[in-house]
Write a protein that binds this ligand. Structure first.
Ligand code: SF4
Length: 591
C-alpha cells in the first residue's frame, strides 16, 4: 500500500494517509500535478504557506523496471506562475518507493524564517524533522558532507538538498538529488522549485536506501519477464544502446549544430564555430585521458547509463558529466568553447542550487546587454559567485533570463511563460517550437521532445523546417511524456519505445504485472492526458490564456542562419495541441 507523507512546516506535524480513491495508477508527475491541482489555490503566492511542494517517485519507483527511478517534484512555480513539475534522476525515488512512499507533501511555512530543517525518513518508516540552522547558506556539496556526518559509516541513503539560491528565494533555484555515490548532482532544476523549498525552511531530505527491497508485484514472474523485454529493447536501439552510453547526452552537440539548430550567443545564430571543442566526443576523449568515469547510471537499474563525471586536469571529480543542455547553455549560448571553463560554471551552479539551463541562458542574455563579453568565462564565473552573497547583480541573475533581460534592456529574451528556452532553436527545428510554446511547463524540451522525428528519424520523420505535422507531433509527444513522467521512466527510453513495438508493450505489461490492474496502450495514453489536464486547468485558473502559448516575437521575425528561417507554425495549430483537455477533464469530473 503506497502512502502519502505530509509534513506541516508550521506545526512540525508529520502524518501519513493512503492515496485518494481513483489515484492508484498515479505516481510521479501524475501525482504531483493532481495533488497541486487539488490542494493549491491557483492564485496563491508560490512562496507563501498555501503552496505545497510535492516529491513523488514514479509508479515504478522502488522496482527493477529499467530506467524507472525518476523523482518528480511539483508545486506552483515562482518562475512561470503555473503548475510546475521538474523531475530528476538520482537515488531518492527508488529509496522512497522501497519504503512504500507515494509522495512527500511539504506544507505550510515555519514562523521563524531563519529556521532550517532536515526531514529524515528511516528504513523502518519513522520520519522526523531535525533543526539544522547552522547549515543556512551552505552549498549543496557542503550539505552533502554535513549529512554524511549524521549517518553511520556503512549507511546507504539518498538526499534531496537545497542550495543558497533556493534559500534566498531566487527564481532560477532548483533542487539537487544525490546520485548513487551521494554526489548532489542530479537536479529537478526548472521553474524555481528550490525557492519553494527555501520558503518552507527545508534544507534537506534524507531517505534511507535500506528499504525492504524492491516492492511487491501482483505477478512477479510476469513483471520480471516484461522487465527483460524492455531492457533488451533499450540495449538494441542505436540511441539507447550505443550513442547515449558511449558519449552521453552531449552526443547531440555536433548533430544539432549540423542541423543548424544549436543556439549560439543568445539565439543569434544556429551554429557554433567552437562546437567540436565542447562536443560529447571531445568530452569523452578528455575524460578518458584524465582517468575519469565515462559511463554509469544516475540511479540503480538504469540500463542506458548516459551519466558520467567531469574531472579536472588532475583527474579529480568536479561535477557531473556535462549534459548536452549544460554544455550548450554555459558553452555555445555564451560563446564559450572550453570544457574546463564550462565545468567550473556548472559546478558553481550545482553548488548554489541553480537550474543550469536557466542560468546559461541568463548569462547569455546578460552578455547580449553588453555588460559582459560573449566568451568571457572568467567574468561569467565571477558573476555567478556574486549569487553567494546576494549582491544586486547576483540576485537579478539568479531570478533568471527574463528578469535579467528586463533589468538590462535586452530586446531578445528567449523565454516562454517566463522560463528560458533550452538548447534547440525553434526556427530550424519547428516541432520543438510547438512544445516550447504550448507546454504547461513553459519552454521545456523534455515536455515533448520533437528532436526524435525532426532530426533523429526516430518514430518517423517530420521535416524540421516545415509546418506540416508539427502540432500533432508535439501533442503526441507531450502526452507520451506525461505518461513516462508519471511512471518514473527516464524520457530517454522514448527513443526505443517510439521505434520498437515490444518496448512500448513492455511498459503496460510491467504496469499490469506490478499493480494487478488491467493496463493497455489506451491506459498509458489516458495517464498522459490526465496528467496534462490537471496542469492545463491549473494554469487556466492561474490566468494563463492562448496568448501565453506563443514564442517571443523575434523567433517569428528574425531569420536564423544557416537556413534563413523564422518560426512559421500557425497560432491555430498551436491552439490545437491541448484539444483533448475538455474531454479528459469531463471524464475526471474536474473543471
Ligand atoms: S539514461 Fe541517463 S538520465 Fe536516464 S536514468 Fe540513465 S543515467 Fe539517468
Amino acid at each position: 500500500m503506497r502512502e502519502i507523507v505530509r509534513v506541516d512546516m508550521g506545526t512540525e506535524a508529520i502524518t501519513r494517509e493512503p492515496l485518494p480513491d481513483g489515484w492508484a495508477r498515479y505516481g510521479g508527475r501524475a501525482l504531483t500535478s493532481a495533488l497541486v491541482f487539488k490542494e493549491v489555490p491557483a492564485e496563491s503566492d508560490p512562496l507563501g504557506p498555501d503552496n505545497k511542494l510535492v516529491f513523488a517517485p514514479g509508479l515504478f519507483g522502488g522496482t527493477s523496471a529499467p530506467n524507472g527511478g525518476r523523482l518528480s517534484v511539483g508545486a506552483k512555480s515562482p518562475l512561470t506562475g503555473g503548475l510546475k513539475e521538474a523531475n530528476a534522476g538520482g537515488q531518492a525515488a527508488h529509496a522512497m518507493g522501497k519504503l512504500g512512499i507515494a509522495a512527500v507533501v511539504i506544507e505550510g511555512k515555519p514562523a521563524d524564517p531563519s529556521a532550517r530543517y532536515m526531514l529524515v525518513i528511516e528504513a523502518d518508516g519513522s520520519t522526523k524533522l531535525e533543526r539544522v540552522d547552522a547549515w543556512a547558506g551552505l552549498g549543496n556539496y557542503a550539505v552533502a558532507d554535513a549529512i554524511k556526518e549524521t549517518r553511520p559509516a556503512d549507511d546507504r541513503y539518498a538526499t534531496i538538498t537545497n542550495g543558497p539560491a533556493g534559500e534566498m528565494l531566487l527564481k532560477a533555484a532548483g533542487i539537487a538529488v544525490s546520485d548513487p555515490k551521494n554526489y548532489p548532482n542530479r537536479f529537478a532544476g526548472r521553474g524555481g522549485l528550490g525557492a519553494v523549498m527555501g520558503s518552507k525552511g527545508l534544507k534537506a531530505i534524507v531517505v534511507s536506501d535500506k528499504g525492504l527491497g524492491y516492492t511487491e508485484h501482483a505477478d512477479k514472474d510476469a513483471f520480471n519477464a516484461a522487465v527483460k523485454r524492455f531492457a533488451n529493447a533499450l540495449n538494441t536501439h542505436a540511441v539507447t544502446g550505443q550513442a547515449l552510453p558511449t558519449y552521453g547526452t552531449n552526443v547531440l552537440a555536433n548533430i544539432i549544430n549540423e542541423a543548424g539548430g544549436y543556439p549560439t550567443r543568445n539565439f543569434s545564430a544556429g551554429q557554433f564555430e567552437g562546437v567540436e571543442n565542447i562536443s560529447g566526443e571531445k568530452m569523452r576523449e578528455v575524460t578518458l585521458e584524465r582517468g575519469g568515469n565515462v559511463k554509469h547510471g544516475c540511479h540503480t537499474g538504469c540500463v542506458i547509463q548516459c551519466s558520467r563525471y567531469w574531472v579536472d586536469k588532475d583527474g579529480h571529480y568536479k561535477t557531473k558529466g556535462l549534459e548536452y543542455e549544460n554544455a550548450w547553455s554555459l558553452g555555445a549560448d555564451c560563446g564559450i568553447d572550453d570544457l574546463d571553463v564550462i565545468g567550473d560554471l556548472d559546478r558553481e551552479c550545482s553548488d548554489l542550487g541553480l537550474d543550469v539551463i536557466e542560468m546559461g541562458a541568463t548569462l547569455a542574455v546578460y552578455m547580449a546587454s553588453g555588460k559582459m563579453a560573449f566568451g568571457d568565462g572568467a567574468a561569467a564565473l565571477a558573476a555567478l559567485k556574486e549569487i553567494w552573497t546576494g549582491t544586486e547583480l547576483g540576485k537579478t541573475l539568479a531570478n533568471g533570463a527574463e528578469a535579467t533581460g528586463l533589468a538590462f534592456g535586452v530586446a531578445n529574451i528567449p523565454v516562454v511563460k517566463h522560463q528560458a528556452l533550452p538548447a534547440y532553436d525553434p526556427r530550424s527545428i519547428q516541432g520543438i517550437g510547438v512544445t516550447y510554446a504550448t507546454s504547461t511547463q513553459g519552454a521545456d524540451h523534455t515536455a515533448g521532445y520533437s528532436i526524435t522525428a525532426n532530426v533523429l528519424a526516430v518514430g518517423g520523420t517530420v521535416d524540421p523546417l516545415g509546418t506540416e505535422g508539427q502540432a500533432a507531433l508535439s501533442q503526441g509527444l507531450q502526452i507520451a511524456t506525461g505518461m513516462l513522467d508519471a511512471l518514473g521512466l527516464c524520457i530517454f527510453v522514448a527513443f526505443a519505445v517510439l521505434d520498437i513495438p515490444e518496448a512500448f508493450n513492455a511498459i503496460y505489461e510491467m504496469a499490469e504485472a506490478h499493480t494487478g490492474d488491467k493496463w493497455d496502450a489506451d491506459a498509458l495514453t489516458q495517464l498522459g492526458k490526465e496528467t496534462l489536464t490537471y496542469e492545463r486547468l491549473f494554469n487556466e485558473h492561474a490566468g494563463f490564456t492562448a496568448a501565453d502559448d506563443r514564442l517571443p516575437m523575434f523567433f517569428l521575425e528574425e531569420k536564423l542562419a544557416p537556413h534563413d528561417v523564422v518560426f512559421t507554425v500557425t497560432d491555430e495549430d498551436l491552439d490545437s495541441v491541448h484539444s483533448f483537455v475538455p474531454e479528459t477533464a469531463a471524464a475526471l469530473g474536474i473543471s
